[in-house]
Design a protein around this ligand. Sequence first.
Ligand code: FES
Length: 104
Amino acid sequence: SKLIVTTLEGEIRELLAASGLSVMEIIRDAGIDELRALCGGCLSCATCHVIVDPADLDRLAPMSDEEAELLADLSTRTPTSRLSCQIPFDETLDSLRVAVADAA
Ligand code: FES
């Protein structure tokens, strides 16, 4: 499976994506460290903010209240913002498109 990521500079990267990892882990493992993910996936930092392609949003499970609360504090939030550590990747998400977003 693959994950399609747009970097902050607008470069589009196709990443090999293994089931069982989070979208955050797949992006980090590919060396895209502009996704800072400072808390390592424990849902406390919001620096793993991504913007999901609107066409793909329905493919994702709904977010938890905790994720929604963290996202609500981001000035850069969009209607399709998610925290990538909270998106478990599996083959049903093949070719999911996300863009790295500012965490401010
Ligand atoms: Fe910290 Fe996702 S990595 S909330």
